[in-house]
Ligand binder design. Structure first.
Ligand SMILES: *[C@@H]1O[C@H](CO)[C@@H](O)[C@H](O)[C@H]1NC(C)=O
Ligand SMILES: *[C@@H]1O[C@H](CO)[C@@H](O)[C@H](O)[C@H]1NC(C)=O
Ligand SMILES: *[C@@H]1O[C@H](CO)[C@@H](O)[C@H](O)[C@H]1NC(C)=O
Length: 365
């Protein structure tokens, strides 16, 4: 490097920031304190259900990383936790957690069990967005009054807004007994809610969005253990074919909605991430990634091949748990293990599944 290229510190700093963000490096640190607001369901709930409704989530949840239950439905960290760690920022506190929470780097509105519909029921996506609006107004008010650690009005524009929802909409529809055709008919209504959420956050000043599509829910041990008439409906991966086909249709629609929003909101960046492909690859090629029995739960009860029985779920009296959760994809029959989440996060950070291909830390550079 010549001395002329070093004479501009600003240039050098910029260059350095880009170098920090090359793909496959999990560390892509921010120049500004990253701010992240997350919306979703149990896949990204970092303790909201426990805080909001008091429903206990007991050990062995949390045993691998935290050594205690944090309200995450997992033995350790979730995908959103690994994404935060990739930026060296602290894990997101649930918005509803009134004890010891700090909201200087954002907040997590995701709650286990949430769906897009029905719209006005706690904690549907629309309710989560309304909670965000309340958070924004209050945080800005406190920051303006000089209270430390609160995000000021002008900083909401720099934040990243992450959304991961839809799995419960599809799952609940099948669980209620709707046929595949009936479920597919409801998909546009679910997607309209995600579109509304992005538009509402945009109207509130948000410009950077990170949208996860929904995973292959037909590969969850719980679904496999329940699905009726299953032998006629199993695909080559051993998953419930109709569930996964519905998830794929949902994802195609979500992809189209993201494209539409990009042309509508020219000054926004909307990244669509193909979580479905990441998870299906993990299940189909589990051995290659160091996992065994991808359709079997580590924690809970019941016999192989799925080891899932709804009567005794993980953490409830009579549950059993595997020794090596790091070899399992499924933690409790519905949620992934920390090891699987780490794998999924590394695939997300690779950008190979993102449209457009931008590093996760793009919003804070
Ligand atoms: C990450 O954060 C920790 C704790 O805040 C700090 O000690 C460390 O230097 C940071 N790492 C980088 C590479 O910025
Ligand atoms: C099971 O599925 C097959 C093929 O979809 C169908 O022909 C059959 O009637 C179903 N059986 C029951 C009991 O629903
Ligand atoms: C499994 O891995 C192979 C080889 O890398 C790849 O071609 C294939 O698409 C993967 N399967 C799935 C379902 O992603």
């Amino acid at each position: 490097m010549t001395s002329t290229s070093l004479c501009s510190f600003a240039f050098f700093f910029h260059f350095f920031a880009i170098v920090l963000c090359i793909p496959h490096l999990t560390h892509c640190l921010c120049r500004n304190q990253p701010i992240i607001f997350n919306f979703g369901d149990s896949n990204s709930d970092t303790g909201g259900l426990v805080a909001g409704l008091g429903i206990p989530i007991k050990l062995p949840n949390g045993r691998t990383f935290f050594g205690r239950s944090t309200g995450r439905l997992c033995d350790g960290r979730l995908v959103i936790d690994f994404l935060c760690q990739s930026l060296n920022t602290s894990l997101l506190n649930p918005y509803l957690d009134s004890l010891g929470s700090l909201f200087s780097n954002g907040a997590n509105f995701a709650i286990a069990g949430s769906a897009t519909l029905p719209k006005y029921v706690p904690f549907a996506l629309h309710v989560q967005v309304m909670q965000f609006v309340r958070f924004k107004d209050r945080s800005a008010e406190l920051a303006a009054a000089g209270v430390n650690h609160f995000i000021g009005y002008d900083r909401f524009r720099d934040g990243l807004y992450t959304i991961d929802i839809g799995q419960n909409d599809i799952a609940d529809s099948f669980a209620k007994g709707l046929t595949y055709v009936q479920v597919v008919k409801k998909i546009p209504l679910m997607l309209a809610e995600i579109k509304n959420a992005v538009q509402e956050i945009y109207n509130q000043g948000g410009r950077k969005f990170w949208v996860h599509n929904t995973g292959p829910l037909g590969c969850l041990p719980q679904k496999l253990a329940f699905a009726k008439n299953i032998s006629h409906d199993i695909d080559s991966f051993g998953c419930v074919s109709s569930y996964n086909t519905a998830a794929k249709l949902f994802n195609e629609g979500l992809h189209r909605i993201c494209m539409g929003l990009r042309s509508e909101m020219k000054d926004a960046t909307i990244v669509y991430v193909d979580i479905y492909a990441i998870k299906l690859d993990l299940i189909a090629n589990s051995t290659k990634y160091g996992f065994t029995s991808p359709l079997m739960a580590c924690c809970g009860s019941g016999r192989p091949p799925y080891s899932y029985d709804r009567r005794v779920s993980c953490g409830f009296p009579g549950y059993q748990v595997c020794d090596q959760a790091s070899r399992f994809v499924s933690w409790d029959g519905v949620h992934y293990t920390e090891a699987a989440n780490e794998h999924i996060a590394s695939k997300i950070l690779s950008m190979d599944y993102s449209t457009p291909r931008v590093p996760f830390g793009f919003f804070c550079q």
